[in-house]
Design a protein around this ligand. Structure first.
Ligand code: SAM
Length: 214
């Protein structure tokens, strides 16, 4: 297995289940193998000044694995704190449907309570803002993932990344992936990669859309 990156370690510190390091403590835990991939994609951007948006903030108190979070200092918004530590000069935006997950008064962290398909509310909040990284880790409903992409892709800067996490692929097929790929409105300058987690993680994949313009 790959050796942990700095992002994997930061994720573990904050209690963000995007890191595969949790498997070292409990092989049954439902965590992802995303931070390794993310570090490889983003390490060149660590000192840059930009905006990052993640849909889905998360509240570990609602998780079945609450006991694992007790190892960590952060409770709510572990993902946002992870990104803030990793990208020291970035502004981190989070959107979540659940008002209990909204974080207030944290330097460089900004949150909005909204359903990810409420494009009116979201566009109003994000007016005049654009992003180098957008991650959809919200409801994981394919229809929502498509709607959200089609609403937010115009907010991605040149050279940026739009990532849809948690696309269920089951044991055999890749139909949801193909369905989403067919339904999102990409352009010629968008490069699309499917990333499948190594066996033993979840039955999910992510789509990484990169704007290839300089
Ligand atoms: C899997 S958790 C994400 C955790 C976080 N992204 C992380 O990496 O730790 C999914 C989050 O999406 C939120 N969510 C679910 N449906 C949503 C929707 N329709 N719009 C916005 N947020 C939603 C949930 O409240 C939950 O906090």
């Amino acid at each position: 297995m790959n050796s942990p990156t700095e992002l994997c370690k930061i994720a573990l510190h904050h209690g963000c289940l995007k890191s595969f390091l949790y498997k070292r403590y409990n092989k049954f835990i439902h965590c992802h193998h995303y931070t390794h991939k993310y570090h490889n994609l983003f390490k060149h951007m660590r000192n840059e000044k930009f905006n990052l948006l993640e849909i889905g903030i998360g509240n570990p108190h609602l998780s079945n694995f609450n006991h694992f979070y007790k190892m960590n200092t952060r409770k709510i918004g572990a993902n946002l704190f992870m990104w803030r530590d990793y990208f020291k000069n970035a502004h981190i935006y989070g959107i979540d449907i659940n008002n209990n997950n909204i974080i207030h008064n944290e330097k460089n962290i900004h949150c909005l309570q909204a359903n990810q398909v409420d494009s009116k509310k979201i566009n109003n909040y994000l007016i005049n803002k654009s992003f180098n990284i957008i991650i959809d880790d919200g409801s994981s409903v394919p229809y929502h993932q498509i709607e959200t992409f089609n609403n937010l892709i115009h907010k991605l800067n040149k050279g940026g990344f739009y990532i849809i996490e948690n696309i269920y692929v089951g044991n055999h097929g890749t139909n949801p992936l193909n369905y989403i790929k067919k339904s999102i409105k990409t352009s010629d300058y968008h490069d699309i990669e499917f990333y499948f987690e190594p066996q033993g993680y979840t039955n999910s994949a992510m789509i990484i859309i990169r704007d290839t313009r300089n």
